[in-house]
Design a protein around this ligand. Structure first.
Ligand code: PLP
Length: 449
């Protein structure tokens, strides 16, 4: 075993400000550190480990497929697991979807969506369609195309000079919305903002609109009602704009249905996904493509000018396929629904009277708790207070891992915790999660206030 600080070791760590915890093994909803401690994984990493950790069944699938064929280049070949996974995903996709383009992660899926939208427009003589509209307070990925449609200053700021920043509209975010009714009912002005921006930018230049049906890391748990998506769909239809639903976090059952858009009963043109697709056992993502999009593409072209070396990887695909089987065999979609209700209920019971919790929201097992300095005016804590890092650390000290984030208050910053536990979590574990979060928050704030 190595000694000394990992900060001085060969791994280029993402966070050079603190010693990372070395995880040795994992099982169910727990990660176990080399320090001998157990950590309740309240975020399934980052909405990844949906079916829980330590599934030997998935390890067996990995071994079997790797032994049979681990790799064949997707430019020339395809393997059975890839075909089978696509069939399974399409059987569970919203009606009207018929193709799956595989990737290795969420950013790749978003990039694939943007590039497909562009190529469809090009194929139909709409070369001037070059802009992709997205929403403020959003995260769509770390690569430059996906980052250009992201609105989270702390992630984009160093790179804005490298990108053409795409047009942004208001998010559907009742807690910080100036249009909403006093009781936070949506007026749909935020959806109409799409029409305004499209007009201002020039509809003939807009290739696509991308949005998260349930917001992930930038304002976790913020979800819009079906009427919002109907309005968005109508605006996209009116102007020939490709509608990309970013279900990298909300997809693969996390909303309680396979896709969050199924609950809105509105069909996007493309669904970008990842995370739960491989459930942490494989780097796997996908772009689901509607019939209409695919037909529009195929009518004029037979080569998608995009692809990655690991696209459709057989081992990853075999894992993705078995993850779907497990979710169905164990009734996990239903479980997400009941546990999601329990989680929100416990969060409300525990934090509704908390002077520094401004908002609690969520859908399925994708929830957010937003921390504020002042509940009356909803002002966030100053960034210098480092609230989210303190809360994360205080929770880790108590054996709880939460996914901390920022930017929910836009330019003002903001701090929140994203909660997205594995679907196998039970009620007692949720109770412990929420109890520990309260203890962690109070301990962290005691140092700040
Ligand atoms: C909504 C959303 N889109 C895209 C991404 C990027 O996914 P990845 O980190 O797998 O590239 C993320 C990651 O957090 C996400 O939450």
């Amino acid at each position: 075993m190595s000694i000394g600080s990992l900060l001085d070791g060969p791994v280029f760590l993402r966070d050079l400000s603190r010693e990372p915890i070395v995880i040795d093994r994992a099982d169910g909803v727990y990660l176990y550190g080399e320090d001998g401690r157990a950590y309740l994984d309240a975020a399934a990493g980052a909405a990844v480990a949906s079916v829980g950790h330590g599934r030997t069944e998935l390890a067996d699938v990995l071994r079997a497929q790797a032994t049979r064929v681990a790799y064949a280049h997707p430019g020339a070949f395809i393997t059975r697991p890839t075909i089978e996974l696509a069939e399974k995903m399409i059987a569970r996709a919203p009606a009207g979807f018929s193709r799956v383009f595989f990737t290795s992660g969420g950013s790749e899926s978003v990039e694939a969506g943007i590039k497909l939208a562009r190529q469809v427009h090009l194929a139909h003589g709409r070369a001037e369609r070059i802009k992709v509209v997205s929403r403020r307070t959003s995260y769509h990925g770390a690569t430059l195309g996906a980052l250009a449609v992201t609105d989270q200053a702390e992630r984009t700021a160093p790179f804005t000079a490298l990108m053409r920043i795409e047009p942004k509209i208001a998010p559907c975010y009742p807690y910080r919305c100036t249009w909403c009714h006093a009781d936070r009912r949506c007026t749909l002005e935020c959806a109409d903002d799409l029409a305004r921006v499209v007009e201002a930018e020039g509809a003939a230049q807009i290739a696509a609109f991308i949005a998260e049906p349930i917001v992930g890391s930038s304002a976790p748990g913020a979800a819009a009602e079906p009427a919002y998506w109907r309005r968005v769909r109508a605006i996209c239809d009116e102007h020939d704009i490709v509608f990309i639903a970013d279900e990298v976090m909300s997809g693969n059952g996390r909303s309680g249905t396979w896709w969050a858009m199924q609950q809105a009963d509105v069909l996007p043109d493309l669904i970008a996904t990842a995370k739960g697709t491989g459930a942490g056992y494989a780097s796997l993502g996908a772009l689901l493509v509607s019939d209409e999009m695919f037909d529009a593409f195929r009518a004029r072209r037979d080569d998608f000018r995009h692809g990655h070396t690991y696209s459709g990887h057989p081992v990853a695909a075999a894992i993705g396929s078995r993850v779907i089987d497990i979710i169905e065999r164990e009734g996990l979609l239903q479980r997400v629904q009941t546990m999601g209700v329990h989680l929100l209920q416990r969060l409300h019971e525990t934090f509704d009277d908390h002077p520094h919790v401004g908002d609690i929201r969520g859908a399925g097992l994708l929830a957010g708790v937003e921390f504020v300095a002042d509940r009356a005016n909803r002002n966030p804590f100053p960034s210098a207070a480092g609230v989210r890092a303190r809360v994360r650390q205080a929770c880790l000290d108590r054996g709880l891992y939460i996914y901390p984030g920022g930017g929910s208050a836009g330019a003002l910053g903001g701090d929140h915790a994203l909660l997205a536990p594995p679907f196998v979590i039970d009620e007692a574990q949720i109770d412990a999660l929420v109890r520990t979060l309260r203890e962690g928050l109070d301990a962290a704030l005691a140092d700040v206030l």
